[in-house]
Design a protein around this ligand. Structure first.
Ligand code: 9MR
Length: 449
């Protein structure tokens, strides 16, 4: 039995037997015709880019450069455009390694994200010891000189990087730049706009992925303030360095969407997710879906090519293994990109059974229907007929989790199996499933209590 996702909005399969025999309908995701075979080409189908961080010292490695040229259409210099690299002595600028990366990218038809004009870290020694107006002026001169040198060649600049504090304050990070006055960030943005009017100007930070975190809220308030006062800001970069201690938050798409609603583009700028196998692949899938679900999420950049190229190589956080082979995470990202938009369920299982605790008669039917869908979760509803005294078993499949219920009294037999009973709110109840990349519908079965 083959059903489309739409036509199974309501399915009732009533078993002729009063036993828990499940009917199932499954459709696999059919590959989109003409699906792209590289990350960059797949992202371009929805007007987005897929980029990587590049190290100048690796451009002579043919495996590395082969993957770079084949897969990616946006490039970020991993270290070569930072303040210490481009202005090692005050007033003396050095662009050799940065130019190697920019020229290699542009010769291959790729675009470049500039990283980063002003940052408390990786400052040249001469700047680290400065303060007050001399530091402010040196910073502004640096922004002006570097953005002018690359004028017309940079798609987006990380004008200011990592200026907010971790933890619960939601305020600015203390640094020598911050101590020159709270307006140092907007001054840097204005200088960058003057130097390269056509580059998109971004604020870039980490640990800003979870919408409920104070740091996320602090950055949001700054961007809101900048937009209201006409400070030239075009985009916000979310670094997205994830691991088990800092997992992909379930509200990631909310964060991206809320920033985008301020009138800025959002970009995932330094993505890496420690882990391996299907767990890592599902997290990459979720991040990619979150971006695709937000129209102003214009692209994703991973922070390196092979695991061995990563700043945290032991966490194997990237899309290619140390030999340059595609990992499961690569395939999951490519598949999501090929769907172009948040694909919703790509396979569907609906199971409804009629059973009875009373062999003498009186069965019940539980009908599942799908509700709202988001990139990380979806809602389902179950309507019961035949009795007001029902017991419905809802079984989800790994790694799904039921994270909310309504109109029912629920208990759990195991992490995957919920037993639902009436709670006085009628015979329709619902729940939210955090899907972890598995869009399959739950199976439901009914018995009379
Ligand atoms: O990947 C970069 C690594 O090679 C450098 O040693 C490090 C120095 O701070 O910076 C790494 O890149 C960082 C980026 O510039 C800003 N966000 C965090 C990145 C990972 O630490």
């Amino acid at each position: 039995m083959t059903l489309t996702a739409k036509s199974v909005a309501r399915v009732t399969l009533v078993s002729a037997l009063l036993t828990a025999v499940a009917g199932a309908a499954i459709i696999g995701a059919s590959p989109a015709s003409g699906a792209a075979s590289t990350l960059g080409a797949a992202a371009q189908q929805s007007g987005r880019y897929f980029g990587t961080a590049v190290a100048a010292g690796k451009l002579g490695d043919s495996t590395y450069t082969g993957i770079l040229n084949r897969e990616f259409d946006m490039v970020t210099a991993e270290n070569e455009m930072k303040m210490d690299a481009t202005e090692p002595n005050q007033g003396q600028f050095s662009y050799g390694n940065a130019d190697r990366i920019v020229n290699q990218a542009r010769n291959q038809g790729k675009r470049v994200r500039g990283h980063a004009l002003a940052w408390h870290s990786q400052q040249p020694g001469w700047m680290q010891n400065m303060s007050g107006s001399s530091l402010r002026n040196a910073m502004l001169n640096h922004v002006t000189q570097v953005a002018t040198y690359y004028r017309g060649k940079i798609y987006a600049w990380d004008v200011v990087n990592e200026a907010f504090a971790d933890g619960s304050s939601g305020g600015r990070r203390d640094s020598n730049l911050q101590r020159t006055g709270n307006d140092w960030i907007e001054a840097a943005f204005r200088a960058a706009r003057s130097a390269d009017p056509n580059a998109k100007l971004c604020y870039n930070d980490y640990n800003t992925d979870n919408w409920s975190h104070a740091k996320t809220q602090g950055v949001y308030r700054m961007v809101q303030d900048f937009k209201s006062r006409g400070v030239p800001i075009d985009c916000v970069g979310f670094q997205a360095h994830f691991n088990s201690g800092n997992p992909v938050p379930s509200n990631y798409h909310t964060t991206l969407q809320n920033f985008a609603a301020l009138g800025v583009d959002v970009q995932i700028t330094e993505l890496d997710i420690e882990g391996s196998g299907s767990s890592q692949a599902q997290q990459y899938q979720g991040v990619t879906q979150a971006c695709l679900s937000v129209p102003r999420c214009t692209g994703i950049t991973v922070w390196g090519i092979r695991d061995s190229d990563s700043w945290r190589a032991s966490g194997t956080p990237l899309l290619f293994d140390g030999n340059g082979n595609k990992k499961a995470a690569y395939t999951s990202v490519l598949n999501v990109l090929n769907n172009g938009t948040d694909p919703g369920p790509t396979s569907t299982t609906s199971t409804t059974t009629t059973t009875s605790s009373n062999p003498g008669g009186g069965g019940c039917t539980a009908t599942y229907s799908e509700g709202e869908k988001w990139s990380d979760r979806f809602n389902g509803n179950v309507t019961v007929s035949g009795t007001d005294n029902w017991i419905v078993t809802v079984t989800v499949s790994s790694p799904q989790r039921i994270i909310a219920t309504w109109n029912t009294s629920a208990s759990w037999d195991s992490a995957n199996v919920m037993t639902a009973r009436p709670n006085g709110n009628g015979n329709t109840f619902g729940f939210t499933i955090q899907h972890g990349g598995n869009w399959n519908w739950p199976s439901v079965s009914c018995r009379v209590g």
